[in-house]
Design a protein around this ligand. Structure first.
Ligand SMILES: [Fe+2]
Length: 443
């Protein structure tokens, strides 16, 4: 793993695995098969695990010292949801956080838990931190370096809170293959905070994984497992810090996407890191293939052209996905002004309404022609749609951001379905707007 360059901007502990790590393996590991999720080319067998000890108490204190600072909040804090502060891009301002998540010992623990060698996807995804406090007003001033042990009485509503009730609760898959969630608060008095996993391919009830306690972590193959985190109550603070990972080994590609992040992140920064991660991955794959062919050449062993063919095939799909995920910031900003992040996230809902309206077919066909003829930015997407549609018609099994694309021969596979499958909410909404389809449902 290349260590990212972090200028030291404030005095903090120097990460020392001997002092700060305290690993003991998880009691139980779960496989995708156990959760009824089929394996495919982008999966690995382990789905998740029960909480395991990762940080010593000194480690927790050092981590908290590194992030609970005014200069860190000034540079990294955002408020994407009411009552929650998130810290992003921590690796840029905290050498401790960066060094902890990229240290070979930490990586080997997380790789061990996941059953595959992993590295952080990109610096911006190192140590994404969610902070909730029970009081109102300035968040930082309510937090001390020592984790609070104060219990807070539950309200009636909190007492009866059911994470699976309510129509707005949709379990989702993460943008990246793997995730490690580490708890930096005392959970003695906490109620909730579990992860609910929906076993996708079997109609079983949700599986519940206990939330991690102070200094412990869980790993999850979050890009493949539909899950949701229950809210937690009863304690004065809750701080979780999360890093996303991908497989480190050559020859293993991932189906990461940026759908969840584009809604609120700083896009030029996100895209620059995304580009580096994807281009370096492709470069490493090409370098390895070149080295192999050169050594075959030297030792007079027969060259197998199918290997190059397979690699080119894979690289072409990978590079296409890389490009498609970088939705024009102008499009996002325009839509965000009109619909807000929540409205953009609901693009699928609008699309389903349009699909279901009377006389939908000719209107959608016309809008698709318009995209092909008069919206040059839609070119790549209409191309993808034609390709997927042709494969579906040939009976191929296709995968989208929310799992298998299940299709029957009664309904056609439409451009909106392709955008939905790729998690391109902004492009979907933009196309619906530009072509008057949004107006057709009165939205
Ligand atoms: Fe998640």
């Amino acid at each position: 793993m290349p260590s990212f360059e972090v200028p030291c901007v404030h005095q903090e502990d120097v990460f020392d695995p001997k002092i700060h790590l305290d690993y003991s393996p998880a009691e139980r590991t779960f496989t995708l098969a156990e959760w009824g999720i089929q394996e495919h080319e982008y999966t690995t067998p382990i789905a998740g695990c029960t909480p395991f000890r990762l940080l010593s108490l000194e480690g927790v204190m050092a981590y908290r010292r590194a992030i609970l600072r005014k200069d860190v909040f000034d540079q990294c804090a955002g408020h994407p949801f009411p009552g929650t502060v998130t810290l992003r891009n921590l690796a840029k301002v905290s050498k401790f956080v960066n060094d902890f998540w990229t240290h070979p010992d930490t990586l080997s623990i997380i790789s061990d838990a996941l059953g595959i060698k992993v590295v952080a996807v990109m610096p911006t995804e190192i140590g994404h931190t969610n902070i909730q406090v029970s009081g109102s007003g300035d968040v930082l001033s309510q937090l001390k370096i020592q984790p609070s042990q104060e219990a807070r009485p539950l309200t009636k509503e909190e007492e009866s809170y059911d994470p699976l009730s309510g129509s707005s609760v949709i379990p989702w898959q993460d943008s990246y293959p793997f995730v490690c969630v580490l708890m930096l608060s005392d959970t003695t008095h906490m109620k909730g905070g579990e992860t609910y996993v929906s076993a996708r391919d079997i109609q079983a009830a949700s599986i519940i994984i206990r939330g991690p306690g102070l200094g412990t972590a869980v790993v999850l193959q979050g890009g493949q497992v539909k899950h949701l985190a229950a809210r937690a109550f009863g304690s004065a603070e809750r701080i979780t810090t999360i890093t996303s990972f991908r497989a480190a080994e050559l020859g293993r590609f991932d189906d990461s996407r940026l759908a969840n992040l584009r809604a609120y992140d700083n896009l030029p920064e996100l895209y620059s890191q995304w580009s580096l991660y994807r281009l370096k991955k492709m470069r490493d794959e090409i370098d390895a293939a070149v080295r192999k062919i050169e050594s075959l050449d030297k030792s007079g062993i027969t060259f197998v052209h199918q290997e190059t063919e397979a690699l080119c095939e894979e690289l072409s799909k990978y590079s296409q996905r890389t490009a498609r995920q970088m939705v024009d910031p102008e499009i996002r900003d325009g839509l965000a002004r009109k619909y807000g992040a929540k409205g953009i996230a609901e693009a699928s809902k609008y699309w389903q309404l349009i699909r279901a309206m009377p006389q939908a077919s000719p209107k959608i066909a016309e809008a698709t022609r318009y995209a092909e003829d008069s919206m040059p930015r839609m070119k790549g997407y209409t191309f993808d749609w034609c390709q997927t549609r042709a494969r579906i018609q040939r009976g191929s099994i296709e995968r989208g951001t929310q799992g298998l694309i299940v299709w029957d021969d009664k309904a056609d596979y439409l451009l909106g379905d392709e955008l939905e499958a790729q998690g391109l909410n902004e492009i979907l909404l933009w196309w619906l707007e530009e072509t008057g389809l949004m107006a057709a449902i009165g939205a």
